[in-house]
Design a binder for this molecule. Structure first.
Ligand code: SF4
Ligand code: SF4
Length: 399
């Protein structure tokens, strides 16, 4: 495996200067009242309990804006669990950010939505797990479906543009028409139907969540039919799962290219899941100015540009299109983050992706092993296993 603890030269020799970040994602907390089986937070999130305080977050916002970031997402976990969200939104507005609240909806009361509007929040993205109460509540292991419906009404009543988001997988793909009907009935301007990306908890549950090709083809046909019927009434985004592609996604538009994520404890990340890469130390905003983190740090320079690439990416005439794909996926599937993303059929490891897809199609039912809910007990068990202490703590298959 490529040793990521070895320092790397800044990739300036490639000619192009490093562009500033455009998109700041403030992951305010890993705490969340839900327990989604596809959660993108790190599986060992329970090990990261420290959170930046209000002043530290305000400082992050000011530094990021000074660097050039213009879009700001408040996310988590559940960002509404932070009492200072309104203060942060107000400062972001003052600085000139376009702000988006990415939420499960839990905690969004009449009082808080009014305060957030007053503070200058621009946009709300509300997630649902499914169009049915039964599946929504099963996948999040909570009774939150009715609450979320009330929150959708609240968002519309306050005149916010609303994005509904629903993560797709084997369980809910057959409901896609009903999910679109639900979004239309709620008056959503945008519907993001994002097939699961297999990182974090979704990677741990991949065998249960991976859809079949037939399910995907059917779902895409339904989406297309609705698009033709409803025109501009609601814009539907359908994000295909990359395991079914032959070329990888241009992950984060390239490492250290536009995206800057700040984890709850202040770790600066070039992508949400970069913490899964062993050997890389991510600089913390409490210890280093954001400008130095973005332009100078080893973590952000590690996979910038093309210099880090191995074959077949190094000599590939498509490398400027996909930048070699996703480093976390390369690590999860080949154990070396400097390999080509194995979704690519030029990768010598592409067969690993094919095997997963083949196994998904061969399975009749999704539940051949217990599904793993995101919760503290499971998170601690996974962390203990990773450090060789697996027998000490029992995890839970039900929350
Ligand atoms: S995916 Fe679910 S559990 Fe994870 S942060 Fe979002 S709402 Fe919470
Ligand atoms: S070989 Fe690498 S650069 Fe070329 S298409 Fe595949 S992933 Fe992209």
């Amino acid at each position: 495996m490529t040793d990521l603890s070895e320092p790397i030269a800044k990739p300036e020799h490639e000619g192009a200067p490093i562009a500033p970040p455009l998109w700041l994602l403030a992951e305010l907390t890993y705490r969340c009242p839900l327990h989604c089986v596809f959660c993108y937070n790190p599986v060992n999130y329970a090990d990261h309990t420290r959170e930046l305080d209000t002043d530290q977050w305000l400082d992050v916002l000011r530094q990021a804006r000074a660097l050039g970031a213009a879009q700001l997402g408040f996310s988590g976990g559940e960002p509404l669990l932070r009492d200072d969200l309104e203060t942060l939104v107000a400062e972001a507005r003052k600085l000139g950010f376009y702000t988006n609240l990415i939420t499960s909806g839990i905690g969004l009361t009449e009082k808080r939505i009014g305060a957030l509007q007053e503070a200058g929040l621009d946009h709300i993205q509300l997630s649902f797990q499914d169009s049915s109460q039964e599946l929504n509540d099963f996948l999040s292991s909570t009774k939150t479906f009715d609450y979320k419906k009330r929150v959708a009404t609240l968002i519309k009543a306050h005149g916010f543009p609303m994005v509904l988001n629903c993560v797709l997988h084997r369980y809910n793909l057959p409901h896609i028409g009903r999910i679109i009907d639900m979004a239309l009935a709620m008056g959503a301007e945008y519907l993001e139907l994002a097939n699961t990306q297999y990182y974090g908890w979704a990677h741990a549950n991949r065998a249960q969540l991976m859809p079949t090709k037939a399910q995907l083809d059917e779902a895409e046909a339904v989406v297309e039919r609705y698009r033709n019927e409803i025109g501009d009434k609601c814009k539907i985004f359908f994000v295909v799962p990359d395991y079914y592609e032959r070329r990888p996604k241009r992950c984060m538009n390239g490492w250290g290219s536009v995206f800057l994520g700040i984890a709850p404890d202040g770790a600066a990340l070039p992508c949400h899941t970069a913490r899964s890469l062993p050997g890389l130390t991510f600089p913390n905003v409490t210890e280093m100015p954001l400008k130095d983190i973005w332009y100078e740090s080893d973590a952000f320079n590690r996979f910038r540009g093309f210099g880090w690439m191995k074959e077949p990416c190094r000599s590939c005439d498509e490398k400027a299109i996909d930048m070699g794909g996703c480093r976390c996926q390369a690590y999860l599937l080949t154990q070396d983050p400097a390999n080509a993303d194995p979704v690519c059929d030029k990768s010598p490891h592409h067969e690993r992706v094919i095997e997963v897809v083949r196994a998904a199609s061969a399975r009749q039912a999704p539940q051949e092993q217990p599904i793993l809910f995101r919760n503290d007990a499971n998170s601690r068990r996974i962390a203990a296993e990773a450090s060789g202490n697996g027998s000490e703590q029992e995890g839970e298959n039900q929350p």
